[in-house]
Design a binder for this molecule. Structure first.
Ligand SMILES: *[C@@H]1O[C@H](CO)[C@@H](O)[C@H](O)[C@H]1NC(C)=O
Ligand SMILES: *[C@@H]1O[C@H](CO)[C@@H](O)[C@H](O)[C@H]1NC(C)=O
Length: 631
């Protein structure tokens, strides 16, 4: 990457950096210097940071120790800053896609997406070699259409399940807010539509949960805090939520999240630590913790999250579900808390890639985040093709390997399967300056977060904030203009490196996280915790998706020795969601036979075989809804 001069980094010009496997660029392991803190220690630490004299001194030491001075503030770089990761739309000419018109309604788009799915018989687990799979949108839609169950019954089961999971002994803390009356009202309307034979789309009557950072009537938008909603009332649905409502989805409440999205554990001191359905003594990951855990536990096939630094992909990976973060600017962002402007994106958590695709199709279009000169075309992957597409994967070996042994082995096995089954080759490359990018992103998201909240923070009583959020805000507030701009120069370099990698391969492949779900310790429950070592391992592979605006998807590929889920991530070219969905679909098909049922799981459809047979018989006579998993 360059050389250290008098303790600070002198970066080589981008064009002199060698990105091949044999490159002499070294991989700098994250060298986080901060002990884990919780309980009284976090409080003392926050007090020190907030005190004018000690705080300034302490922050200076912390930034220095954690290489922010060396790699960013004092670094010498010649590239000008790039402030915004919005990529001009380029027609990628992706393989096996169909591009849709720009004048369609959300439900028409959903219909076209469903048409791209392979037709399967909708068989349940009986008679197949699957251990476990979650019910998909198509399963719900089929069960409603043939009268096997109604949305109202599903809503009642949902409410009972959330009630049970919220209370001791489970205390899963999936939701911040849900309103039984509102849910039953939506379910009754949907039931009525099915009775008349007029469902709006396959999403009609399907429960979908929303991260409490996205506006959704009739709920306040707390952002995981006890105060933000009092100062910023929610007056309308966010655009993405409105589009789902237009498709008939039942919006089942607001999911728990890390306070202000300012952390990755999902431990929220006000609304409880979201627990991992695969092991309730462990974290679910964050910040979209409740959305991931609710999907994993079977409470809804899909939930929305927001991903500013891996916040969708990290909890998806830790909870064993799919996480899709589209290209920056792809989905409408109106009605999402503006906690930052250039790194966050609405994302989707789902039990299967098909369901992530259907919801992506529903939300896509209209009102881009920033008007782009050429409006990006919307293309859908033809997953019904039997001949697979041809893909080349890029892997930066040292970075890829910087994770736990179980994760490395499991992710490498998954790549072997892709190679054996589809012949997809992996080219080895070097992606330099990963740690500098992580720090530059941290400076950026932190500066944007403290700026966006500044008018509130001046007036507020800090006692309303959790302790770990107070520490985060103190650190965020200490970044300088110079540091921010240097970070954007790093952004420019990385945009160029990645462009170069994408001229050699279609996607970059990495594990999704460096560690699996770690334990929730009791001292963290009231104060939150600071665990920057685990935090850095969780975000290790997420940053390019946010800082560079690239689309990315995580797919569950297996479990570690203790049975905790492991995700594999594919990062794509700007606007290449269709290809990413294709790849994720192929990966899922090769791993689905090992999927396991979580310890905490609710079966909202509770298929009963007699009903099923009636249903199958009816389907044979009429027009059969297309479906779900092709197994
Ligand atoms: C796949 O889906 C597309 C889009 O709906 C359709 O036009 C095409 O005929 C389908 N192909 C197959 C092999 O089913
Ligand atoms: C940045 O914004 C995104 C989306 O608004 C959110 O998910 C994330 O938590 C935010 N992070 C911070 C540190 O503000």
């Amino acid at each position: 990457m360059g050389l250290f001069k008098a303790g600070s980094m002198v970066y080589k010009p981008v064009k002199e950096v060698d990105l091949s496997r044999e490159s002499s660029e070294f991989y700098l392991h994250a060298n986080v210097k901060a002990p884990r803190m919780a309980g009284i220690l976090v409080k003392i630490f926050a007090w020190f940071l907030e005190s004018r004299i000690f705080g300034t001194f302490l922050l200076y030491i912390l930034k220095g120790n954690n290489l922010i001075h060396k790699l960013i503030r004092d670094a010498e770089l010649e590239e000008p800053p790039v402030y915004n990761p919005l990529h001009p739309f380029e027609d990628l000419k992706e393989q096996d896609v169909t591009c849709i018109g720009s004048d369609l309604t959300p439900s028409e788009q959903v219909k076209l997406a469903v048409d791209c799915l392979p037709v399967s018989s909708g068989k349940t687990l009986n008679g197949s070699d699957l251990h476990f799979r979650r019910w998909t949108i198509s399963d719900y839609s089929r069960a409603y259409s043939c009268g096997e169950i109604t949305p109202l019954v599903v809503a009642e089961r949902f409410l009972a399940a959330v009630g049970e999971s919220s209370k001791p002994p489970l205390q899963m803390s999936f939701f911040i807010n849900y309103d039984a009356e509102d849910i039953l009202r939506q379910a009754t309307a949907s039931t009525h539509r099915y009775k008349q034979g007029l469902p709006i789309s396959v999403l009609d009557g399907v429960p979908i949960a929303i991260k409490d950072e996205i506006d959704c009537k009739p709920y306040p938008t707390t952002g995981g805090t006890k105060w933000l909603h009092k100062r910023r009332p929610c007056t309308d649905d966010a655009h993405c939520v409105e589009r789902l409502r237009l498709c008939g989805a039942i919006l089942v409440g607001k999911t728990n999240m890390h306070e202000l999205g300012a952390g990755t554990s999902g431990i929220n001191p006000h609304y409880g630590a979201t627990r991992n359905p695969y092991d309730p003594s462990r974290i679910s990951g964050g910040s979209s913790s409740g959305s991931a855990a609710a999907v994993a536990a079977g409470l809804c096939p899909v939930a929305l999250g927001v991903d500013g630094g891996g916040s969708v992909r990290i909890p998806a990976s830790l909870c064993g579900v799919v996480g899709l973060k589209p290209t920056f600017g792809r989905l409408p962002h109106t009605g999402v808390l503006p906690l930052n402007w250039t790194v966050g994106m609405v994302g989707i958590l789902a039990g299967s890639i098909e369901d992530a695709f259907i919801v992506y199709a529903a939300m896509n279009g209209e009102l881009q985040l920033h008007p782009s000169p050429t409006l990006p075309k919307i293309c859908f992957p033809l997953l019904n093709k039997t001949t697979p597409i041809n893909i080349k994967l890029a892997k930066s070996v040292e970075w890829f390997n910087d994770c736990s042994d179980d994760i490395r082995t499991c992710c490498n096995n998954a790549l072997d399967k892709l190679y054996k089954r589809h012949g997809w080759k992996t080219v080895e490359v070097t992606i330099p300056e990963i740690e500098a990018m992580r720090l530059a992103h941290y400076l950026t998201i932190g500066s944007e977060c403290s700026t966006s909240l500044s008018s509130h923070l001046q007036k507020m009583n800090f006692a309303e904030l959790g302790w770990d959020a107070r520490v985060a805000l103190a650190v965020y507030g200490a970044f300088s203009g110079k540091e921010y701009i240097k970070a954007q120069q790093i952004r420019n370099r990385q945009m160029q490196f990645h462009k170069n990698i994408f001229s050699q391969a279609d996607v970059i492949v990495t594990p999704t996280t460096g560690v699996t779900a770690y334990s929730i310790l009791n001292d963290a429950l009231k104060t939150g915790e600071l665990d920057y070592v685990n935090g850095a391992a969780l975000v290790r592979y997420s940053i390019a998706g946010n800082f560079l605006g690239l689309p990315a998807v995580t797919v569950p590929v297996g479990y570690d020795k203790t049975g905790l889920p492991i995700g594999l991530q594919f990062i794509g070219r700007p606007w290449s969601e269709a290809t990413l969905i294709h790849i994720a679909f192929a990966m899922q098909a090769l791993c689905i036979s090992v999927y396991k049922k979580p310890e905490v799981f609710y079966d909202l459809l509770q298929k009963n075989e007699v009903h099923q047979e009636i249903c199958e018989a009816k389907e044979l006579n009429g027009t059969r809804p297309t479906s779900g998993l092709n197994v």
